[in-house]
Design a protein around this ligand. Sequence first.
Ligand code: NAG
Ligand code: NAG
Ligand code: NAG
Ligand code: NAG
Ligand code: NAG
Ligand code: NAG
Ligand code: NAG
Length: 352
Amino acid sequence: MLASFFSLAFLVVLFCSPYLCHAQIVLPSQVAQLYSLTTSTSLPFPTTTLPSSEAQPFIISSWGLGKGRIQNGADNLDFVVDPFPNGSAPNTDTETGGPVLQVTYPAGSFSNGTGGAQFYNLWNSSDSSAFQTMLLSYEVAFDSNFDFVKGGKLPGFRGGPEIDGCDGGDAANGSNCFSSRLMWRTSGEGEVYAYILNPNNECSNKDFICNSDGFGTSIDRGSFGFLLGQWNSVTLLVSLNAPSNEANGQVAVYYNNVLALDERTIQYRNSTNVTIGGLFFSTFFGGDDPTWATPQTVHTYFRNFQMWGSSAPSNISGALVSAAPPTVRGCGFTSIVAAAVLGVVALFGSFI
Ligand SMILES: *[C@@H]1O[C@H](CO)[C@@H](O)[C@H](O)[C@H]1NC(C)=O
Ligand SMILES: *[C@@H]1O[C@H](CO)[C@@H](O)[C@H](O)[C@H]1NC(C)=O
Ligand SMILES: *[C@@H]1O[C@H](CO)[C@@H](O)[C@H](O)[C@H]1NC(C)=O
Ligand SMILES: *[C@@H]1O[C@H](CO)[C@@H](O)[C@H](O)[C@H]1NC(C)=O
Ligand SMILES: *[C@@H]1O[C@H](CO)[C@@H](O)[C@H](O)[C@H]1NC(C)=O
Ligand SMILES: *[C@@H]1O[C@H](CO)[C@@H](O)[C@H](O)[C@H]1NC(C)=O
Ligand SMILES: *[C@@H]1O[C@H](CO)[C@@H](O)[C@H](O)[C@H]1NC(C)=O
């Protein structure tokens, strides 16, 4: 009796562990449903290829850019024929057929000013309420000969009243801004790279690498990996913490529609002035010194940008912000240890 209880507990704990729950395929629209995100939008793409000189006015007029401009690298943006037309990203059924957005990183470029591109798509809700949960999905492809070097930025979100803040070493202070982009690292390792507060001793949690190169926090580095020469699908969820002094904000990434990371103890803000503004299209090699530079001119490609949003923030229960050490939560390492302990107890139990 006792043995079967422990065996059952063993199975329940084991199957709850993220290592085994991973195989489940969840489409972006299903994630949106899960979080009650009923408002949605997508970025229109042109029906013919456009060289940079025509791509710029297209993007500016139809993608709702903050300040009506492309901040960096406008000349590095073109709409081109899809270089990988025969392949959807794994576990997706998205076909476009039309042109895709190409970003050029000139040989030797690194940092925001010299290669890649940056712009901010402000998504204004129809009733002008602020977004506090947002989901972004898009597909990205890298040239087959792309060298990841040490890393580079990929699009995510930004928000807050300081609309140029929270990138390039301009830190989040709780009432100015936040950002949460993706990054590729060496060998294509994926992560979330965020400008957030780091309360409750967060930097001693192995899932978070703080201030490794500036003021950002690397979250779950290597929890997924980008592949060259094909489409990769990413879905990024950000749900702001609420109230402002509770570290219950969420960030999650689905890679090719399979959950890759899910952190629920984030403090994006300590003032309700910071809300989610929209897509932060930001991509370049770096890092801010030449050790990050690409040795050759290479490209990435983007298609199928979709967003969903809601004015409701996170409703998970979380720790209040204090100097106390972080509480261990979720079903990561602890559940594996618990599963092992229960398993041994169950085995032992069946012999007595
Ligand atoms: C929390 O929010 C989710 C939507 O993201 C909703 O489905 C759920 O009912 C909410 N829970 C509570 C206790 O309000
Ligand atoms: C949202 O509002 C801002 C500021 O008024 C404006 O610059 C931007 O173009 C708007 N975005 C969209 C998608 O309409
Ligand atoms: C797609 O087509 C290219 C060129 O025709 C080919 O090299 C590649 O193997 C194909 N990929 C898939 C996934 O079929
Ligand atoms: C580019 O980065 C530099 C610091 O590396 C920063 O001062 C500047 O504001 C950034 N520019 C933009 C447009 O983000
Ligand atoms: C918000 O966080 C910043 C940076 O840690 C701190 O200086 C500020 O006092 C905090 N404000 C509130 C209201 O907690
Ligand atoms: C929030 O915004 C209001 C209006 O812009 C401003 O007066 C106030 O100082 C801001 N509060 C914080 C904490 O930044
Ligand atoms: C946060 O940064 C903004 C803009 O840089 C500044 O106006 C504000 O005073 C700062 N607040 C705190 C608490 O440091």
